[in-house]
Each structure stands twice: as structure tokens, then as C-alpha cells.
Design a protein around this ligand. Sequence first.
Ligand SMILES: NC(=O)C1=CN([C@@H]2O[C@H](COP(=O)(O)OP(=O)(O)OC[C@H]3O[C@@H](n4cnc5c(N)ncnc54)[C@H](O)[C@@H]3O)[C@@H](O)[C@H]2O)[C@@H](O)CC1
Ligand SMILES: Nc1ncnc2c1ncn2[C@@H]1O[C@H](COP(=O)(O)OP(=O)(O)O)[C@@H](O)[C@H]1O
Ligand SMILES: [K+]
Length: 494
Amino acid sequence: MIRIECQPILTAAEMRAAENAVIATGVSVETLMDRAGTAIAEAVRRLAGTNEVLILCGPGNNGGDGYVAARVLAEMGVPVRVAALSEPKTDAAKSARAGWLGPIETLAEAKHAPILVDALFGSGLTRPLDAITTPTPNRSPADAGAQDRPLGERLEFSWAPASARERSVVECLHSLGNAALLSIAVDLPSGLATDSGQALSTPPVFDLTLALGAVKPAHLLQPAARYCGQIRLLDIGVPTVSQAEVLKTPSLPTPGPDSHKYTRGMVAIIAGTMSGAADLAALAAMRAGAGYVTLLGDSQGPPHALVRTPFSDQALANDRIGALVIGPGLGRDDTARARLEAALNAGHPLIIDGDALRLLDPDHIKALKVPVILTPHAGEFDALFGKSDTDKITRARDAATRANAVVVFKGADTVIAAPDGRVRIAQGASDWLSTAGTGDVLSGAIGAMLAAKLDPLDSACAGVWLHGDAARRLGPAFIADDLAEALRSARASL
Ligand SMILES: NC(=O)C1=CN([C@@H]2O[C@H](COP(=O)(O)OP(=O)(O)OC[C@H]3O[C@@H](n4cnc5c(N)ncnc54)[C@H](O)[C@@H]3O)[C@@H](O)[C@H]2O)[C@@H](O)CC1
Ligand SMILES: Nc1ncnc2c1ncn2[C@@H]1O[C@H](COP(=O)(O)OP(=O)(O)O)[C@@H](O)[C@H]1O
Ligand SMILES: [K+]
């Protein structure tokens, strides 16, 4: 089981293409399925201890993985039962099922077990689960005494139309999941759309999801990600590359004997009508490691290390400024517009956030001659780039190209895109980030990275990583001020 940080993220089609490339070298689908099922079995055995395992198998290759895992677990001596939704439909899944010599229960009548393994649907799901008319065998395993049969004795049933007592797949999954001590999803919890991260049906929340061969968008994008629990990758010997990767721990420069405040990087923050937001961005830039932070505009109070200067074109003309943050608490009045115009013309690398995003359009941003990082939340993104039903990765990537800027599309599933098509997706940090001012903190943290001369994509990634790590450290009910302070601990952990 491999941690997913830094791993490539593949869509369902990209994963199929990667598998097909391996198959073209002479490796059969059955071999890949065997590798997947064996890796699942090994992971499950480590977690299950002596507890009984129930594996739910669907009609496709996800179900095939389940049958292989069941066979391998049984060979290892782990108590394991199988419940199926229907007969397998693919050749590989049929052959995997043939390798399982134990009984097969119907999903609708499956008895719960302490360890639940969901191999109903994976990356092939295209419709909601509720639309499935679950066929049930015309002779139930209970009637046939299937539970009492020894391993090795085959039960053959023909599949008949649904009976009146049949329950929906979603209902079965929820009740089996609730009754389990540990629930594990194979590749994805059944019900999720691999590429968009939409929940076609609502699965239960799993404890662990074992991604097969590669991380998929649904492991990280909301709402799907909330159902996955911990995510670990299983290697099935399929080489993968992608322009999209899971956000990694940054490697950041630390001061040396020759460092001084300006070599560490100078960040300027432009204040506006709500100066608290700019204060938060400034504090964040300082705690993220900037050597010199100046706030241009009106604000008061600690920290004393923050250099407060009235806004002026002259203050803005300081050529030591390595990153200029504009937007947090800026307002949208005439003064805000004038400050924004001055900021865009100042020639410094820019982080554009909050209100400033509402005062601009993509063409205007594209025309800028300096590196630009945009940090919109969903509302600001829609206002700037238009609403769309397309998935968040595509939207972020298209926006980055359109504005020729790095786009940090924020949320519980922050997607960072560069104009060249590279994408990084953050693993969910803390839902307690849903509090006022945390976005201001992010813009300041990114400012510190850009001023330290990281390239714009790396700056955005490092800022998002520090922000998420700081939030995780704080636990519940923190406020944005705490978050800015905690960036120091996040940096110290590197
Ligand atoms: N292709 C390969 O080489 C490998 C695939 N693997 C597994 O295969 C999975 C993908 O397999 P599949 O493409 O067969 O897809 P799934 O097993 O995810 O199941 C989808 C199958 O059910 C049908 N289907 C889709 N939505 C449905 C619905 N709502 N109701 C009823 N039927 C529906 C589809 O036609 C498809 O055949 C991966 O998630 C992974 O677990 C692994 O075994 C590794 C090797
Ligand atoms: N569950 C969540 N809900 C809301 N924000 C979240 C969540 N998880 C992470 N975040 C992060 O919290 C920050 C919120 O920023 P933003 O919406 O701009 O707030 P504000 O404008 O009050 O500063 C973003 O960095 C976002 O990615
Ligand atoms: K599954």
C-alpha cells in the first residue's frame, strides 16, 4: 500500500489506455486482474486479522478483482465470503469468478461481516446504482444451504428477475457498511463517477479505498472524495504518467549565513476597505517565511515587524518587492479600482485574490506581462470564468490557459493549474478551514513563496500545502489568525 502524495492522477480513459499499453506487450487482462486481486488480498489480510471478510462482487472487472481477492484470501486461510450483484459479464471477471470455489450469496440477502470489501463497481460506472434492477438467483444460497458448503464445492445458479423483497444496491451497501468494523473499497467506492467526482449514487463512507494502478480524480474531487476515507495506491505493474498529480510536500529554501531580509523575499500586501483581511495575508506571509512584509494602506496593531506604509505609487515602485498580493479586503469602490490598476502596472509578480478577482476579466489578466497567480473560490471562479458543469480539473486547466496564469481553484478539493496544462490536486486538509479569512491567509502564504523566487506553480503548491498542513495541526474551531500563526509549525515540519 503506497501513500498517494505526488502520484499521477489518471482519468478512467487514461487508466484504460495505460492498461492497454501493458496488455499490448503480451500481459493478459487476467494477469492484471490477478495482480490487482492479490494486492487487495494482501492489504485486506493485514487489516482484517482473524475477522471474517465479506467481498461484494459486481458484473465488471471491479467484481473480477473481488473474486481474485476472495480466492487469494481463502488460500491464505482468512475466513471470506462472497456476495454477487449478478453473474460476471467480462471474460476476465468470468475467469476470476471460476477461480472462486466457495459459495456465492446474493447481494440482497448477504449477511454482514466485520470486514466489508466493495468490489461492485469501479472506474466503469456510468449510471446511478439505483437504476440497476438487481437480479437475484432463482434459488437463494440460504435455500440451497450454500453457507454450509465447504470451500471447493461449486454452486451454480441461473439468474432470475428481481423479486419483490429485493433491496436496492445502495441500501445493501449502506447496511453492510454500517454493520462492518472496517469497510474497504476496491479502486473506488461504488457509485462514484471516476472523472468528475460526482456521486452518481450515494455510497456509505468507507474507511479505506485501495486505488488500483493509479489515483483517479474521484479520489480527490468533491463530493466523491468524502466517501473514500484513507486512500492508498496498489501497484499492479502498469506504468502511469500524467500532467495531473497529487500535491506533494514542498521542498523550500531555508536561510543561510549569507541571507538577509531581502534575499528571503519581500512581499507587499495592498489593503482596502476591510484592512483585517490584508492584515491576515501579511501575517501569513511573515509566518510562511518571508523576510520582509509591507502593508500598503491603512491598518493598525501588531505585529510590529509588519512595515505599514500609506498606499502610494511610490511605495509600490519599490523594486525589491518580489510578490504583490492584491484582493483580500480590497473592496470594489473607486479606490479599490485605482489601487488594482496601480498594482497591475507596477511590474511585480502578482497574487490576485478576493475582490480583485471581481474587478477583472480573463483577457485583462492574460495581457499582463508579469507572473500571475489567481486564487478564486467557487463563487469568484464562476464570476471570472463563467459557470459550467464540467469537472473541476478541466475548468481549472482551461481557466489557467485562458488567463495565462496559475489558477488555484479553492475549496475542500483545491485544484491548482498552470497554463501549460500541469495540474496539482490537494488532499482534503480540514473542513474547519470553512471560516472567514482563511483564503486571505492562503494568499499571503503563496506571496511568501513567490517572493522567495519559487516558480508560480511551485509557489501556489507550496502555499496550499503549508495552509493545509497548518489547518490539520490546529484541529477544530480555529480562526484565520490561528491559521496564519500555525504556518510557522507547518514550515518547521519540512
Ligand atoms: N481493465 C483492466 O485491465 C483492469 C481493470 N481492473 C478493474 O476493473 C475496473 C473497471 O472495470 P470495468 O470497466 O469492467 O467496470 P466496473 O467493474 O467498474 O463495472 C462497470 C461495468 O458495469 C456496467 N455498468 C456501468 N454502470 C452500470 C450500472 N449503473 N448498472 C449496471 N451496470 C453498469 C458497465 O457496462 C461495465 O461493464 C477497475 O475499477 C478495476 O477495479 C483491474 O482488474 C486491473 C486490470
Ligand atoms: N471544507 C472546506 N470548506 C471551505 N473552505 C475550505 C474547505 N477545505 C479547505 N478550504 C480552504 O479554505 C480557504 C477558504 O478561502 P475563502 O473561501 O477565500 O475564504 P475567505 O474569503 O473568508 O478568506 C480556501 O483556501 C479553501 O481551499
Ligand atoms: K468498488
